[in-house]
Unconditional design. Sequence first.
Length: 234
Amino acid sequence: MLVLLSGVLFALVPLAERDNRAYAAAPDCPVGARSDTCRAAVVATVADKKTDFGGKTHKYFLTLRYMDRPEGAEHRVRMADSGEQVYDSVRRGDRVTGIYWNGELRAIRFGSLTQETYRSPVHDGRLPGAFAVAALASGLGLLSYWWWLRYRPTPEGATQPWEPIAGLVAGLALALGGFPLVLMGSDDGDGGTNLKLMAWGTVPILLLFVLYSWWPVRRGVSKVAGVAPPGGSA
């Protein structure tokens, strides 16, 4: 079931990334023009900045007042937590440039710095990709464990084999490690980069856990063989 669920989630990644790919490919709008098909630059003044503290999560907000709107028209925007920190550099009264695409504020520029807004990466594929990796890895680990117990049962009195434990532990480790790796990826609209990185890291992680599971069992067998009486002795 988990493996099938991961297939559905992986299929959602390209659809979720569609907006970010379109945004990355969109040209800049002509000066003074705004359109959903291009990225418009709108000058604004920083009216306020505030950090909200909620447990381990910090939320960063800028309040912008636009030059081309009536006095008092303000827009409060939450900034992304990564990238070049425009939020750390600006002060009240500073002029910044808001980058709009498809009616949404995607980034803010201040001098040579550019920082994405929180809304910018919301529709990317990191969330379905992270859950897909976790579901696939844990599902394959559980499936390998079930298959081994079903078709390669351990004879009564025999030492527990290391192979099913290695598959199960490696799957759970890949799920626990892959989920945050994909979820905390960059905000550049290319969530597939972290999926590729996770794929490249799978082989060494599997080898590590195979060795980790095989070595204790091997040592246990050697110790038993060392203390067992010779065959046929009274």
